[in-house]
Design a protein around this ligand. Structure first.
Ligand code: ADP
Ligand code: MG
Length: 349
C-alpha cells in the first residue's frame, strides 16, 4: 500500500499522447474494456452507448475531479485516482439503494501525461468497474492546457419502489452509519504532511509506516455495496440515505433539512477506528471533529424505523448513532460530557 513513492521513482517507458492522437488512444483503451451487464447493448465505439431499460427506472449521477482542486498527483498515484473516481461515483448511486451498471468517463489531459500514465488511470477505473461489475460504456477525450480533469457519470436501474431518497426520515427513526468515520481525513493529513516535508527536503524518505489503514481509506476508498446486499437480505428499506463524502455533520444536516426533521446525535456512539484516533490526535484534532467534518469516508448514513432495529443489531458494520426528532427540536449533538449543542457542518480542508 505504501510503496507508491518508490514505484513513482522507477523508470517506465513513455509514449507521447501526441504520437498516438485521440482516435488511437480511444482504440487502445477500448481493447482493454469488456462489457458484462445484460442491459448494455453497445458500449464504446459508436456516437452513443445503448442501454436497454425494460420497465425499470434510470438513475444518473456525475462527479467532476480537477487536479489541484480535488486531488494532488504529487501523492496520489494515477491508478488509485482512477479507482477512487469510479468508486465515489458508485457510492452516489448506492446511496439511493441502487446498484450502478454503466459508467462513462470524460477525460481532459495535457501533454505532460504519457500513454502509460493514462493506462495507469484506466487500470484503476477498470479495476473498480470489474470489482463492482459496472460496464465502462463510453466517454469523451480532450487535450487540456493545464492539469488533469476527470469526470465520471454512473447509470443504474431499479424498481421505483426500491429507491431511497434523502427526504424520507421520520421522527423516532434510528440514525445508522456503516463502517467507521474520520479515517480518510486522517490519511489526507498524513499525505499532506509528507508532501510538505518532501518539498522541503526531496531526499527524505516518507514516514508513513504503520498508517496503512488510514492511507488506504484516503487513497483507495470502497463504496458500500455490501450494505445494500445486507438490506436486501434482511428486507430493510431505509427511510432516508446519503453517502458520507463531506463529513457526518454535513450529511446528517442534509437528511434533516430534506426530510424536515431534527436529530439527536450521540458523540460517544460515532464509530472511529483506533488508528484514525491516534493519527488525528497526533495532528491535535479531536477524533470526533475529524469524523464529523473530515469527509471522503464514503460510508452510508441512513435512517430506519425502530421496528427494524432487530434486523441490524447484530451487524458489526452498522452503528446506531442517534435518532430523528421533530423539526422544531433542531439538529443536536450530545457530547460525551456536557450539555447538548447544535450540530454544525464545518469544512476541515
Ligand atoms: P464523438 O466525436 O462522436 O464524440 P469520440 O471520438 O469522442 O466520438 O468517441 C468515440 C467513442 O469512444 C465513443 O463511443 C465514446 O463514448 C468513446 N470514448 C471517447 N473517449 C473515451 C474515454 N475517455 N473513455 C471511454 N470511452 C471513450
Ligand atoms: Mg467525443
Amino acid at each position: 500500500m505504501c510503496d507508491f513513492y518508490i514505484k513513482r521513482a522507477t523508470m517506465t517507458p513513455r509514449t507521447e499522447l501526441s504520437e498516438l492522437g485521440e482516435f488511437k488512444l480511444i482504440e487502445h483503451l477500448k481493447n482493454h474494456i469488456k462489457i458484462s451487464q445484460p442491459s448494455t447493448i453497445t458500449g464504446i465505439g459508436d456516437d452513443a452507448a445503448v442501454v436497454k431499460n425494460e420497465l425499470e427506472t434510470t438513475l444518473i449521477s456525475t462527479d467532476l475531479l480537477l487536479e489541484k482542486v480535488h486531488f494532488d498527483l504529487s501523492y496520489f498515484p494515477l491508478k488509485h485516482l482512477g479507482y477512487k473516481a469510479a468508486v465515489v461515483n458508485f457510492s452516489d448511486l448506492l446511496a439511493m439503494n441502487v446498484k450502478p451498471r454503466q459508467m462513462t468517463v470524460g477525460l481532459a489531459v495535457s501533454n505532460r501525461f504519457s500513454l502509460e500514465a493514462i493506462e495507469e488511470l484506466y487500470a484503476g477505473l477498470l479495476l473498480a468497474c470489474e470489482r463492482y461489475n459496472v460496464d465502462l460504456v463510453g466517454g469523451d477525450t480532450s487535450g487540456s492546457q493545464a492539469g488533469l480533469c476527470l469526470s465520471a457519470t454512473v447509470i443504474g436501474q431499479a424498481q421505483e419502489a426500491d429507491i431511497v431518497y434523502r427526504n424520507g426520515a421520520k421522527e423516532h427513526d434510528l440514525i445508522c452509519v456503516s463502517g467507521d468515520l474520520g479515517s480518510a481525513y486522517a490519511g489526507l493529513l498524513l499525505l499532506e504532511r509528507e508532501k510538505v516535508e518532501f518539498l522541503a527536503n526531496p531526499n527524505m524518505q516518507p514516514d508513513l509506516q504503520g498508517h496503512d489503514y488510514v492511507l488506504e481509506r484516503q487513497l483507495k476508498p470502497e463504496a458500500r455495496y455490501d450494505i445494500l446486499k445486507l438490506f436486501s437480505e434482511k428486507n430493510i428499506k431505509p427511510s432516508a440515505m446519503i453517502d458520507i463524502s463531506d463529513g457526518l455533520a454535513s450529511e446528517l444536516l442534509h437528511i434533516c433539512r430534506e426530510s424536515k426533521v431534527g436529530c439527536m446525535l450521540y458523540e460517544s456512539k460515532i464509530p472511529i477506528d483506533p488508528t484514525a484516533c491516534t493519527t488525528l490526535e497526533m495532528f491535535k484534532i479531536l477524533p470526533t471533529v475529524g469524523a464529523l467534518n473530515g469527509g471522503e469516508d464514503y460510508e452510508l448514513l441512513f435512517t430506519i424505523p425502530q421496528s427494524d432495529y432487530d434486523k441490524i443489531k447484530d451487524s458489526h458494520d452498522i452503528t446506531v448513532i442517534g435518532h430523528i426528532t421533530e423539526e422544531s427540536s433542531g439538529c443536536m449533538l450530545v457530547p460525551d460530557n456536557g450539555a447538548m449543542i447544535e450540530l454544525k457542518a464545518q469544512g476541515l480542508k
